[in-house]
Design a protein around this ligand. Sequence first.
Ligand code: SF4
Length: 244
Amino acid sequence: MSSEKQLSLFDDWSNNNDSSESSSSESDFDFSLIPTDTKIPIPSRTYQTMKQIAVHCNQCHRCELGENRTNAVIGRGNPQAEIMIIGEAPGQNEDEQGLPFVGKSGQLLDKILESVGLSSDRHVYISNAIRCRPPENRTPSTKEIEACKPYLLEQIRLVDPKIILLTGATAVKALTGDKRGITKIRGQWLEWERRLCMPIFHPAYLLRNPSREPGKPKWLMWQDIQAVKQKLDEFEGKNNSIDF
Ligand code: SF4
């Protein structure tokens, strides 16, 4: 099927399902209509629910990572959260369970959030730059990131977070195009599409660098998560002092 034909059919589907969230619309959808040509963006406002995105991603072959996935990994947490956390890509555990940030990295991320009174179930929504696991857990390619970006953008639109945390350089580059190293930009507030973003270290990096000494990655993460909580409190009109 030509790219033009794919796109036009996809438009027809999205227009015909503007207000539908029913499972029948999901099961009736012809998945061959998802544009496999990565030059064709999936239009904004195509999806009304995370479930629709999940159904599509589990049928998606916009990049080669769709060939070997067990599960597409969409997200976990609260889809109405004020904070969205975006990682790099699913690993083996994530691929098997269909959830992002499970295993040791996920447990550490949960602890980091808990340290400032945030729950990973209630206060954040967690996703990744791409939804299928790269072989051998390699860094996703630019082509794969671009292929998957429409889904990420739709997730951000649906969550509508006040703050986006980008864990690691790949996540920063995937969303904002900023190619600077994570050690240079972590802890800085960046603006992307009129949203406040902060690059932070990936929890896996902290697992490899466990020292808590001042200036070391774990200590820096502690500074960053406190700044995030403070900013969230400002948004919510709370006292700026942080309660640990
Ligand atoms: S990584 Fe994204 S674009 Fe690639 S096959 Fe999976 S869902 Fe589709």
